[in-house]
Design a protein around this ligand. Structure first.
Ligand code: SF4
Length: 295
């Protein structure tokens, strides 16, 4: 159920069955060095009349819709008033609506007051997806995420304090070989301080047209080998210290080693699986991929 007149539509894997409502087009930040999603898309916030027309048309065909994901890259950049208006239109036209979610950049979250977030939660915004990407300040700076690790922690904690669920993402390999260990350790530190509802560890893909790919092509960024990805994943899990249950996943299609469990309960089992994979990989390799295939 896509509305894709302007550029490609992206959504988290867990929103595969949701109506993807593009309340915004593109990403207002659009500077992350690894991200190719909206590079050629001019950011704009859709006028409410345009959004209402889309909702009306969709409701005619799918009146029983229950789940809506507000796209594109950071719909939370919209004013709280506009988001509340969109959610109330969704409730009006989809009487069975049970969940609304969106991506939120750390700066978007920090710009909202605690009261704004509580109001959004009470209106039906149940979960925010936050790309932490790394908890290491050096890596965050290289990735041009626009915040440091303390701001990232504050953003994540603010979402949870409002009573919303938080699905956070990290990118394995984002620090390359040079920063791998500090990337893993500090990402674990930041993720643990936030203690999100869900934590996904994705694997870095070097997409054409991104600054990070250019750095790699010029030899200034050394991507991890498959073996090193698993070492980094193990380092990350080793240092994760969740105080309350967090669903951990590294089973995205991009990942070398699919892990899934709930932390802290499954930590030992996840580490044992990582150790087993390291043992197997010591003598064999599986290629890492970018847009052009294995490298
Ligand atoms: S904030 Fe998200 S969508 Fe925007 S450039 Fe960064 S990774 Fe891409």
């Amino acid at each position: 159920m896509f509305d894709n007149a302007e550029g490609m539509v992206f959504r988290p894997p867990s929103e595969a069955n949701s109506f993807i409502l593009r309340a915004t087009i593109g990403c207002s930040h659009n500077r992350c060095s690894f991200c190719s999603m909206y590079r050629d898309v001019q950011f704009r916030a859709r006028p409410i009349a345009e959004i209402e027309t889309i909702i009306r048309n969709t409701a005619r065909r799918y009146p029983d819709l229950r789940r809506v994901f507000l796209a594109d890259g950071n719909a939370l950049v919209l004013s709280t008033e506009k988001l509340l208006e969109i959610i109330s239109l969704l409730k009006l036209h989809f009487p069975r609506l049970s969940r609304v979610t969106c991506y939120g950049g750390p700066l978007d979250i920090l710009r909202k007051s605690p009261e704004d977030l509580i109001q959004l939660k009470q209106s039906g915004l149940q979960m925010i997806y936050l790309g932490i990407e790394s908890g290491d300040d050096e890596v965050l700076q290289l990735a041009q995420k626009g915040v440091d690790s303390e701001q990232m922690i504050a953003a994540g904690q603010k979402v949870l304090a409002a009573g919303m669920k938080l699905s956070a993402m990290l990118i394995l390999g984002l620090g390359g070989r040079a920063l791998s260990r500090q990337h893993a350790i500090n990402s674990a530190r930041v993720a643990s301080a936030i203690n999100p509802t869900m934590l996904s560890a994705l694997t870095l893909m070097l997409h054409r047209g991104t600054p990070l790919r250019a750095e790699a092509d010029a030899g200034r960024f050394q991507p991890l080998s498959p073996f090193e990805f698993v070492i980094e994943l193990k380092e990350l899990v080793t240092h994760l210290n969740m105080q309350s249950p967090c669903i951990f996943r590294s089973n995205h299609v991009s990942n070398m080693l699919p892990l899934a469990g709930t932390l802290p309960a499954d930590k030992e089992s996840l580490l044992a699986q990582a150790e087993e994979a390291i043992h197997l990989l010591r003598n064999q390799t599986r290629p890492t991929y970018n847009d052009d295939g294995p490298f």
